[in-house]
Design a protein around this ligand. Sequence first.
Ligand code: ATP
Ligand code: MG
Ligand code: FE
Length: 342
Amino acid sequence: MIILGIETSCDETGVAVYDTARPGAEGLRAQALYSQVALHAEYGGVVPELASRDHVRKLLPLVRQTLAEAGLAPSDLDGVAYTAGPGLVGALLVGAGAARALAWALDVPAIGVHHMEGHLLAPLLEAPDLEPPFVALLVSGGHSQLVMVEGIGRYRLLGETLDDAAGEAFDKTAKLMGLPYPGGPQLAALAEHGTPGRFKFSRPMTDRPGLDFSFSGLKTQVLLAWRDSDQSDQTKADIARGFEDAVVDTLAIKCERALDATGCDTLVVAGGVGANKRLRAKLQAMAEKRGGRVAFPRPALCTDNGAMIAFAGALRLEAGQHDDASVRVAPRWDMASLPAVA
Ligand code: ATP
Ligand code: MG
Ligand code: FE
């Protein structure tokens, strides 16, 4: 099946074509991404109404561009997959409306994809030999979760953040040290030049049992350290390094705990924070030490993209699943409520 994927849940317009007849990453015939980062930067965060309007402007040109790059006509499509939630309601409606209209005009099935399932399955796009059961660490701008993946569509939440998501903590911490939006990747880049160990922050909630996270206290620790410092460039980098090490250590400790608790030896990492180099290295080292396996998507497939939606939708459409013709989105949506893919 040749599936068009559309992602518009937040501030990225993502479009891709995935062909299930080709193995793994070769199935990705073309993809395009338009980031609204510059649009929202002056407000220091995503402005929902501006996001919706920009999706309206960019989506159809991106669909045309992606089909042209794949050398396909709209009539070659066998199905359409779009992000139906969770996310910003107006932004989701743009993608869902366009996807539904296309599917109706082409008389092909369409399916609303759960954005976090898209993130979660992205590593499988590049590693087709990867099969459940495995533990997934989902770390993005809005989520930090450990999920037991029993099968495609069979997800059991093991633990999640009680306050800020890991990506949100990166962004907020960057902001309080004056880095421009979106600060997460910039904070990580700064940490590369930081002195390890000069600033030591806590590893929240690792001193007690359980698989939940809490990152908001870490942000406060950084605020106090930054306020009481000389605020030089080197200090900023050193604090960034201390913060990154604290987040990475905390995530690694909880991942190892989740693997122990479930008896799994495979860990799959997805979501924007999965692009973090130090997190990748740390989890790789942990997996090697345990004799297990860790899988990450390439960094461009960690953050929001259309490919993960095309891929997740393709798995469901191939299994015969699809939704009726109404345009429905779910700004809040529990991944555990998804149907299994047989
Ligand atoms: P959600 O998927 O929960 O709805 P989102 O779609 O906004 O949220 P993603 O696009 O998956 O999130 O990821 C964006 C987040 O990843 C941002 O918070 C960003 O700071 C963070 N991020 C991206 N690259 C890095 C990096 N190298 N190191 C740390 N954080 C990063
Ligand atoms: Mg984004
Ligand atoms: Fe996302």
